[in-house]
Design a protein around this ligand. Structure first.
Ligand code: HEC
Length: 188
């Protein structure tokens, strides 16, 4: 029994030492274009999906109508397209240089196979250590839901929303919300 315990302790200490040396001596990848660490993706995805299973909202609180898709398309262009791309556009220099690569959300399956609540959670909270920002301190809940339903239905958007995403709707921007009097830009 004593021999077994000593063996177990040596094995555990050895494992931590090996891990420590792996990171401390610079074996772990740090450049964005370096290969993955062993199990990096597996562990990161495990942590993410168990969090989301617990926390993502199950019901969509906004109607799936054209107005919400249009607002979502504008918010997406402003905040997301630089990394996640837009229909018919080449990936930007920023998107190309990131690790992990931001997935294309407007091409192929994107996240049309994920529930909108899961995408809402990712937009609100971001994904730590990936470059995916969390937006809950910058955007309203409505805006985040508008983008979540836009992305969940990216394969069947109304043509007007696709036109906005392709930059073809410059003539008719959505009505701007007037700023409160205190924040009005100074008149010339
Ligand atoms: C600075 C670059 C950047 C910006 C800006 C950005 N993202 Fe991301 N996003 C990423 C990266 C990188 C990932 C991949 C994370 C990973 O591999 O786990 C990601 C992942 C995601 C995912 C998960 C994709 C999947 O396959 O599960 C969603 C959804 C998402 N982003 C939505 C958005 C939305 C909506 C916006 C704008 C409000 C946005 N992102 C802005 C970089 C960005």
């Amino acid at each position: 029994m004593k021999g077994f315990l000593t063996g177990a302790i040596v094995a555990i200490v050895g494992m931590f030492l090996a891990l420590y040396i792996y990171f401390a001596a610079g074996f772990a990848p740090v450049a964005t274009n370096a290969p993955m660490m062993p199990f990096e993706k597996t562990f990161a995805h495990m942590a993410l999906s168990s969090h989301i299973d617990k926390e993502a909202p199950k019901n969509v609180p906004i109607p799936l109508n054209e107005a919400n898709y249009l607002a979502g398309a504008h918010a997406y262009l402003d905040n997301c397209a630089v990394c996640h791309g837009a229909p018919g556009k080449q990936p930007t220099a920023i998107a190309r240089g990131m690790f992990p690569h931001p997935p294309k959300l407007m091409e192929g399956t994107g996240v049309t196979d994920d529930p909108a609540g899961e995408t809402y959670w990712k937009i609100a909270n971001g994904i730590r250590l990936t470059g995916m920002p969390g937006f809950k301190d910058s955007l309203s809940e409505t805006q985040m839901w508008q983008m979540a339903v836009l992305l969940a239905n990216a394969d069947k958007l109304p043509p007007s929303a696709t036109a906005v995403l392709m930059g073809q709707n410059e003539a008719a921007p959505p009505p701007a919300t007037p700023l409160p009097a205190t924040q009005q830009p100074p008149s010339k």
